[in-house]
Design a protein around this ligand. Sequence first.
Ligand SMILES: [Zn+2]
Ligand SMILES: [Zn+2]
Length: 446
Amino acid sequence: MNQFMNIEDALNYMPVHVPPRSALFSLSPIGVGTPHQESILSLLVRTSRAHAVSPRHLVGEVLGAADPAISKITCTKFFSIDAGTVNGLGRYAELFVSAAERLTGHQNLSCLTLLPWQDLFPYNGQGLLARHPRWCPVCLYQQCLLGQATVFPLRWYIEVYRACSEHMCTLEDRCPYCGKTQPYIPRFPDVGICDNCRKPLAGTRPRTNIPRFQLWVNDAIGEMVLRQSEPDFAPSVDRFRDFVREQIQVIAAGNRAAFCRAIGFNDRGLNGLLIKGERPAATQFLAMCYSMQVMPTNIFAGESLSMNGKGLCLPPSKLKDRGACPRPSLQRRKELEDSLHARLNSEAGLSVKEIAADLGVSGSCLRYWFPDLCATLSKRHKVAAKVRSAIQQERQSRRVEDVVRIIHVEGRYPSQRQVDYVLRKEGMSLVQPPLMQAYLKALKEL
Ligand SMILES: [Zn+2]
Ligand SMILES: [Zn+2]
């Protein structure tokens, strides 16, 4: 450097660091390090929106070109169902994280999946992820009101996270208009609208009672999602196994069978984990943590919890594990078949899931043993659901018109805000397009 150059000139000649360009927009994931942390599928859909292309195009053409292993797996079934595991802890999650990191220039996108838990849970992710995307309609409604992008947090995809603690309502997995479940990778770049009928999934719902156990599970999952982005947080099955052994010593004086009974397992219920080297399913893991009165994340926090010793408590209800479905006996199958035939002749139009719940079996069990009967029942249910939905829509539209007229008769102007205020108390909202149409129509007729 010229010794006569002043410091300002010297700064002007300093090389400027330009970060490397990325092939895709590098949108920041929402809520990292909080329980609301976004999922990688949600980030991919937002990225496709920023590029004004379909998420399926982005995955098939762009991520597929970046990694041939992705181009091999992209098909309709993958987009609809299998892509759910992209948020999980297996091979698909690794493939997508690696491709998305290369294309967006982001680092550590694995914390937008459950990959940080891959040393604890079974490799096949048994009981970990929900079958279909689920959402809290009120959270979506709030995002919409605040003008934010639609974001699906990672916890909504976790099977045992079944209700929103904030809005005290259960998560939904079917469009309120057409009753369809949603694909994991939609065709349209917005996860907040139905992929089938394009109507919003957002809405208001009355607050309900969520069991305390479910609220504990929600807190536990919130903590798990929050902590997993910390670089030194490394949950493992070895640590969990050591912790359980310590607890058996401290709480049950080494009597494993007594310990098992106290947490609602049979006497040998922990043999798989402690002797055979098996990994705990997410449901089993959370139920055990609840019984031992410990937050799951505290087990892996580094400090010793060996003297936890708070005692044990039974979970008030079972966290159902999808894997555990006993094979029905021949006689039971005959009974089930007769019941299904009887339902075919009934007018109720229940879904296979509802019928299964009535009969005390799982929907997949019925579909496995009686595929044709279930297909016919499903068709009937869809027709009945459509009719019910049309009737409800009609009823709600009439109500909107009534509200507009009542406010008008009272001598006030029926503004959107005024009408929405009344409707929200009844679980409706003008954010739903048919209700907005009814509102506009009623205004014209005043
Ligand atoms: Zn919510
Ligand atoms: Zn729909």
